[in-house]
Design a protein around this ligand. Structure first.
Ligand code: C2E
Ligand code: SIN
Ligand code: SIN
Ligand code: FE
Length: 294
C-alpha cells in the first residue's frame, strides 16, 4: 500500500514532469525564430508547480532555455551584420576601382543584378542543375562586384581614354583579369580558408573575358572549360557595357544591346546562358532602366 503510494507519488511528481520537459525539448527546433518561440512557449505552458526540487530544476531549465534563445539571436544578428558590412565594403571598394572619379555604383550593382537574374532563370529552367544551388548563386552574386578588381592596376589614362586603345594599351587593359586573380589569391591566403565565395570571385576575375569559342582572354578557355559563373558574368558585363556610356563609346539602346547578345550566342557567349538571359528579358529591362546616377 505504502509502496504503491510512493510509486504513484514518484510517477506524479518526478517522472511525469521530467518526461514532459524532455518531450517539449525533443520536439522543438531552434533554427527559426518561430521554432524558438514555440519551444519557450511550450516550456512555459508546462507550468510545473510541484513545490520541490523538480520545480527548481524546471525553473533552472527554463532560464537556460531563455538564455540559449537570446544567445542564438544575438549571434545571428551579429553574423548578419557582418555579412552586410562585408558586402557593403566590397561594393564600395569595387566601385572605387571601377569608376575612380565617377563613383555611382551603377556598373557594380547592375552586373551583380543581371548575374543573379540569369542564375535564377537557369535554376528555374533546370539548366546546369548539377552545378546550381541556392548557396552557389549567393556566392556568385556576392562576389560579382569583384570581377574587375584587377583594374586597380590599370592607369586612369588608359581606363578613361576617350578614343580607341593602342594594342599596347589594350594588352595592359586585358591584364586586369590576371591581376584580379592575383589580388583574390592574396585574400585567400590571408583568410586561409577555402570559402566558395573567394573561389567564385577568382573564377569571375580571371575568366569573365573568356569566350565560348575559345577566342577570349587571358587563357583562351573554350565552352564548359570556362567556369559557369564566368560564362554568366560575361553576358551581364557586356550587356551593361553596351547600354552604358563609356569614354570611348555612346550607349546603345536596350533593343540593340539585346540583339548583339543574341547574335553572339555560341561565339562569344554560352548559348544556354544567353537563352536564360533573354527568357528573363522583363527583369533585365527593369534593372537596365533603374537610374542610379546622382
Ligand atoms: P567595357 O567598356 O566595360 O567593356 C566590356 C566588354 O563589353 C568588352 O570587353 C566587350 O566585350 C564588350 N563591349 C564593349 N563595348 C562594345 C561594343 O561597342 N560592341 C561590342 N560588340 N562589344 C562591346 P573587351 O573588349 O575585352 O574590353 C575590355 C575593356 O577594355 C572595356 O571594358 C574597356 O574598359 C576597355 N576598352 C576596350 N576597347 C576600348 C577602346 O577602344 N577604348 C577605350 N578607351 N577602352 C577600351
Ligand atoms: C570594345 O570596343 O570594347 C570591344 C570591342 C568588341 O569586343 O567588340
Ligand atoms: C573590363 O572588362 O575591363 C571592363 C568591363 C567592366 O567594366 O566591367
Ligand atoms: Fe573586365
Amino acid at each position: 500500500m505504502i509502496r504503491t503510494y510512493a510509486v504513484w507519488l514518484a510517477e506524479r511528481h518526478i517522472v511525469k514532469p521530467i518526461n514532459a520537459i524532455a518531450h517539449v525539448s525533443r520536439h522543438s527546433g531552434y533554427d527559426t525564430p518561430e521554432a524558438r518561440e514555440k519551444w519557450i512557449r511550450m516550456l512555459n505552458a508546462l507550468d510545473i508547480r510541484t513545490g520541490d526540487e523538480i520545480e527548481t530544476l524546471y525553473e533552472d531549465y527554463k532560464r537556460a532555455a531563455h538564455n540559449t534563445v537570446r544567445y542564438i539571436e544575438e549571434f545571428q544578428h551579429q553574423s548578419e551584420q557582418l555579412t552586410r558590412l562585408q558586402n557593403g565594403l566590397i561594393m564600395v571598394l569595387a566601385d572605387m576601382v571601377e569608376s575612380r572619379d565617377q563613383c555611382t555604383g551603377d556598373h557594380v550593382f547592375k552586373t551583380a543584378a543581371y548575374t543573379e537574374i540569369i542564375l535564377c532563370q537557369l535554376l528555374k529552367e533546370g539548366i546546369y542543375s548539377n552545378q546550381l544551388t541556392e548557396e552557389y548563386i549567393t556566392e556568385v552574386v556576392n562576389s560579382a562586384p569583384l570581377h574587375d578588381v584587377g583594374k586597380i592596376t590599370v592607369s586612369d589614362v588608359i581606363l578613361n581614354k576617350p578614343g580607341k586603345l593602342t594594342d599596347e594599351e589594350f594588352r595592359i587593359m586585358q591584364s586586369h583579369t590576371v591581376e584580379g586573380g592575383k589580388i583574390i589569391d592574396k585574400a585567400m591566403s590571408i583568410v586561409d580558408e577555402d570559402t566558395g565565395y573567394l573561389t567564385e570571385a577568382k573564377n569571375l576575375a580571371l575568366y569573365h573575358h573568356e569566350k565560348w569559342n575559345g577566342k577570349g582572354y587571358p587563357a583562351g578557355l573554350k565552352g564548359e572549360e570556362i567556369p559557369l559563373s564566368a560564362r554568366v558574368m560575361a553576358v551581364a558585363d557586356v550587356f551593361d557595357a553596351l547600354i552604358s556610356r563609356r569614354s570611348y563609346k555612346e550607349p546603345f539602346s536596350i533593343e540593340k544591346a539585346l540583339s548583339i547578345i543574341r547574335e553572339d550566342a555560341g561565339s562569344h557567349f554560352d548559348p544556354l546562358v544567353v537563352q536564360a538571359f533573354l527568357d528573363a528579358e522583363d527583369e533585365v529591362r527593369r534593372i537596365a532602366k533603374l537610374n542610379l546616377e546622382p
